[in-house]
Design a protein around this ligand. Structure first.
Ligand code: PRP
Length: 209
């Protein structure tokens, strides 16, 4: 499934700040960290839980454990996903982390080059979360998923982004039908350079200058 959070005022307020051209790199990075934290929180709502018994200092009572939270691999797509990953890991604190680079070539082919790939071994217990703020044509994530799937079969593959274009979502769904997507919002379209409209500009440049 594809989940977006247009009905969450708090996530929309963070997104508004990220979109605003007057937001500088410090606030932009902080916004991505915050968003990562809340997106991870939303993902935990879709994870399996176990009932457990614990003792308070006074008596025995029931509690829960989010078993899946213990088995998470976060894949960080350089470079704009770094602050997003920092937020995700605050909630998914047991996560193992993979780092990959993927740079997008020029229009019209937008060919993806992956020069750096460091991914931990993946097991069928794992929820693999791929963080990339912008899902434009989807080419980057298709390539990253092709690569990540070589490291083992996971229980779930979840993409976490800030903005997605409809084109990117359909292309990813077609290439990797087993993937779920969590994005703050789905935007209108791509321009001829492959930028999301209205978008927020180039997330890497806005975060890192
Ligand atoms: C941007 C963005 C995604 C990718 C999305 O990265 O962060 O990774 O483009 O485009 P796609 O869906 O059309 O493939 P960019 O190549 O600008 O690198 P950067 O993060 O280092 O700025």
């Amino acid at each position: 499934g594809v989940y977006s959070f247009e009905d969450s005022p708090f996530i929309m307020e963070i997104l508004t700040e990220l979109r605003d051209e007057n937001t500088g790199p410090i606030a932009f990075r902080k916004g991505l960290v915050k968003l990562g934290r809340y997106m991870a929180y939303e993902i935990t709502k879709t994870m399996e839980t176990e009932r457990i018994k614990i003792k308070t200092p006074l008596e025995e009572t029931d509690g829960i454990l989010i078993a899946d939270r213990r088995n998470v691999v976060i894949i960080t797509v350089l470079r704009a996903a770094i602050p997003l990953m920092e937020g995700l890991i605050k909630v998914l604190d047991h996560a193992r982390v993979g780092i990959v680079s993927a740079s997008r070539g020029k229009a019209p082919k937008f060919e993806i080059e992956m020069k750096y790939v460091k991914v931990p071994q993946i097991t069928e217990k794992d929820t693999v979360i791929i963080a990339d703020p912008m899902i434009a044509t989807g080419s980057t994530l298709i390539k990253v998923l092709d690569e990540v799937k070589k490291y083992g079969k996971a229980k779930r593959y979840v993409i976490v982004g800030v903005l997605a274009a409809p084109e990117g979502i359909s292309r990813i769904k077609e290439a990797h039908p087993d993937v779920e997507m969590f994005v703050a919002a789905i935007d209108r379209e791509l321009n001829e350079k492959g930028y999301i409209l209205p978008g927020l500009g180039d997330a890497g440049d806005r975060a890192f200058g």
